[in-house]
Ligand binder design. Structure first.
Ligand code: SAH
Length: 366
């Protein structure tokens, strides 16, 4: 008879508190957590052998009961503009994508929070794939851990990855605990030490979770608004039927109330003839009145079978001017990594859909 090996605990996704409890349960002092956090996240350790400030006996014990396990890289793609994309296998059926976007003075890693997405926004290719499951905290922070290994870390003190955005596949607020744990690690000085301004969670508007998030995290907030009225937003972002714009904006106001939080970034995808008129810009400005905010206009990125066209540049400019004239800081997001399908809303990975079996496959990833 073969002995069933007990599953080892993956330490990669454990924030400081959880790791302290893990060591206490092992009969060790909680400060071991600080040592191990640094080894895993700052030095990129893949196992316990190199952790020389820990006794050999304890390292041996850790080898038996614990592991440091990240997703596995399946493919790597490079865009002409320097953007990079990785396909990561998270289990036998499923893979997700992450993207690195280098810019002058900063480097942004865009990470996924779920395998697929259940929200079904009509202009997003991830939505077409349906949904399989939430990623674990280890699979989310594992993306940053892997990207650091791939890109090299802090040469001469300059960080290569200076910002993380939870804007990859999935709706992060529908995977609350794992996302909060991963963001804790991103902001923990013993792990990645990113400031709260450099960790951004983007949501389509899961209002109750947004209200809870305020209690447990300082991360910056981006909200995918995309429409200035409920009738249109119901069509574009169906979760609006459950949490309409007024409720969403109330939660946004609450999120930024108090001194420690900054404004909200509202994302607005530019869909020609759908949400890009001057009147719609004026309505949007009225909606945002009184909320510390800025607007990020995202040129629509098409994908096979998408029903929309991107607004022409002059229409986007005009829309931006209307907002700017009304005192709203407005930025047109530059499209990056188009040639490798790494732009907003183009991440697809590989999803064994468990929700809508008849969904039309967008395309084979990579
Ligand atoms: N579910 C979260 C995280 C996704 S973030 C959210 O909705 O915020 C990705 C951003 O890209 C969102 O603002 C999303 O609405 C936007 N997006 C999705 N598909 C897009 C497309 N085809 N072109 C441009 N932006 C898109």
């Amino acid at each position: 008879m073969t002995a069933v090996r007990e599953e080892r605990t993956n330490l990669l996704g454990m924030p400081r508190r959880a790791l302290e409890s893990f060591f206490v349960e092992l009969g060790e002092k909680p400060f071991r957590a600080a040592q191990v956090l640094k080894w895993i996240h700052q030095f990129g350790a893949t196992d316990f052998a190199p952790m020389t400030n820990i006794s050999k006996a304890l390292r041996g014990r850790l080898q038996e009961v614990a592991e440091i396990r990240a997703p596995e890289i399946v493919t790597r793609q490079h865009s002409r503009d320097g953007t990079r994309k990785w396909l990561l296998r998270v289990d036998g059926d499923n893979s997700v994508e992450m993207v690195f976007i280098p810019e002058k003075g900063r480097g942004t890693l865009c990470v996924s929070s779920q395998v697929g997405c259940a929200l079904d926004c009509s202009f997003c290719s991830t939505a077409r794939q349906g949904f399989n499951r939430n990623l674990s905290a280890a699979e989310i922070i594992g993306q940053l851990w892997l990207a650091n290994r791939e890109l090299g870390r802090d040469p001469g003190g300059e960080r290569i990855i200076s910002n993380v955005v939870l804007m990859g596949m999935g709706e992060p607020l529908l995977n609350f605990d794992a996302v909060v744990a991963a963001m804790d690690l991103m902001m923990d000085d013993l792990a990645y030490g990113l400031s709260k301004r450099r960790v951004t969670i983007s949501t389509a508007g899961v209002v109750p979770a947004l209200l809870r998030l305020r209690e447990v995290s300082d991360a910056s907030l981006a909200v995918s608004l995309h429409a200035p009225d409920d009738a249109l937003r119901d069509r574009l972002v169906p979760i609006n039927r459950k949490y309409p714009i007024a409720e969403l904006l109330r939660a946004c106001r609450a999120y930024v109330s108090g001194e420690t939080k900054r404004g909200v970034t509202f994302e607005y995808v530019m869909l020609h003839g759908v949400n890009d008129s001057e009147e719609q810009a004026r309505r949007l400005a009225r909606l945002l009145n009184g909320i510390p905010s800025k607007v990020n206009l995202i040129p629509f990125n098409p994908f096979p079978g998408s029903r929309y066209a991107c607004s022409p540049p002059e229409v986007i400019e005009r829309f931006a001017s209307v907002l700017q004239e009304r005192g709203i800081v407005t930025i047109v997001r530059r499209t990056r990594g188009e040639d490798i399908d790494a732009a907003c809303g183009q991440l697809v990975g590989r999803v064994r859909d468990r929700t809508r079996r008849n969904v039309i496959p967008v395309r084979e990833a990579c």
